[in-house]
Ligand binder design. Structure first.
Ligand code: ADP
Length: 324
């Protein structure tokens, strides 16, 4: 069975950008692929944080992922910190990765420009990501568009390591994008991201979602209610395409272009479509929140399965690098 690796940071709540860009794909693919789904808590500590807060968010992320449909009997769901081979392989990859390549990464440039003092972990983030993926010899990495450049670096690291220590050992992982590969925040400005704080959480209550949807940015050229809109440039329409059925999407498109509906009408229909998909997810999350042991057991079992694979990779890598 071909393998998938995917990671998500526990630095905030699982949001609909993560869900549509990545998690929904993991759920769909878990039966076709041997899946390793990792809550990447080592990636989350490169920014200031409170330990108790991180622990709570990590548990909540596991709850959200299970509620969204990750089946722990099928996929291995685990914490990065429970498999020390991730950081071990990262060190070995650090040794062969040129600094310039890391400095060129868009996310590094963006994140470091916002900080006065830049932790080395932010620079090395994609090297740890390469270790995360290659440790499991993953064939496919289902990600949102923001991760494609990092994945290219993982492929480069695999090529460089192979050339030096064992041709063909690491297969080059391929990205698998969803149709909704980049969801914007409701301000319509930047991508929806936990670190920016412009998110709609997957488990948010309908009233809270509506409070965010109501003022959300639509087609900026549509100023008056009577102006026809262009759905192609509207973030709300992107969300319709993800949450509403095909007939509704076609109807929304027509109503927008003819100014038949105002943006509020359109948003109300979106809120209803979102509810249909999110109600069962919220219900499962409430059940799991009441049974924390189930979550801990799922993570423990996932870590044991991940480690079995990780240990074999590390033994082979150490041997090829003269480190055994
Ligand atoms: P965040 O940027 O919110 O911290 P992560 O870096 O933890 O999210 O990414 C988890 C997964 O979700 C990745 O596969 C990423 O590509 C995807 N993802 C994150 N934000 C978005 C978005 N706005 N639209 C689509 N996919 C996204």
């Amino acid at each position: 069975m071909p393998r998938i690796f995917s990671g998500i940071q526990p630095s905030g709540e699982l949001h609909i950008g993560n869900y549509l860009g990545a998690v929904k794909n993991w759920v769909a693919l878990q039966r076709e692929f041997e899946s390793f789904i990792c809550i990447v808590n080592y990636h989350a500590i490169t920014i200031p944080y409170e330990p108790a807060d991180l622990k709570r968010r990590t548990h909540e992320m596991a709850v959200s992922l299970l509620a969204a449909g990750i089946d722990p009997n099928t996929a291995a769901l685990f914490l990065q910190s429970a498999v020390p081979e991730h950081t071990e392989l990262q060190w070995l990859f650090n040794a062969i990765t040129p600094l310039g390549e890391l400095e060129r990464q868009t996310q590094f440039k963006e994140k470091s420009s916002r900080l006065e003092s830049v932790p080395a972990g932010i620079l090395n983030y994609p090297v740890l990501q390469a270790a995360d993926i290659l440790l499991y010899h993953a064939d496919i990495v289902p990600v949102g568009e923001d991760q494609v450049q990092h994945l290219e670096l993982s492929r480069e690291i695999a090529r460089r390591w192979n050339a030096r220590f064992g041709e063909g050992y690491f297969a080059e992982p391929q990205a698998r994008l969803t149709p909704t590969r980049r969801i914007l925040g409701l301000d319509g400005q930047a991508k929806m991201s936990k670190s920016i704080g412009n998110t709609v959480a997957l488990l948010e209550e309908p009233a809270a979602i509506w409070e965010k949807l109501r003022p959300a940015v639509t087609d900026p050229a549509r100023v008056r209610r009577t102006d026809p809109g262009n759905p192609d440039v509207c973030n709300i329409f992107q969300l319709h395409k993800a949450f509403s059925d095909a007939a509704t999407v076609a109807h929304v498109d027509a109503q927008c272009r003819s100014a038949g509906w105002g943006c509020i009408d359109c948003k109300k229909v979106l809120a209803a479509s979102m509810e249909i998909e999110l109600v069962p997810i919220r219900a499962r999350a409430a059940e799991l929140a009441a049974k924390p042991n189930l979550v801990t057991e799922a993570l423990g079992d996932g870590a044991a399965r991940a480690r079995t694979v990780a240990k074999v990779t590390m033994a082979e890598v150490r041997e090829r690098m003269g480190l055994d």
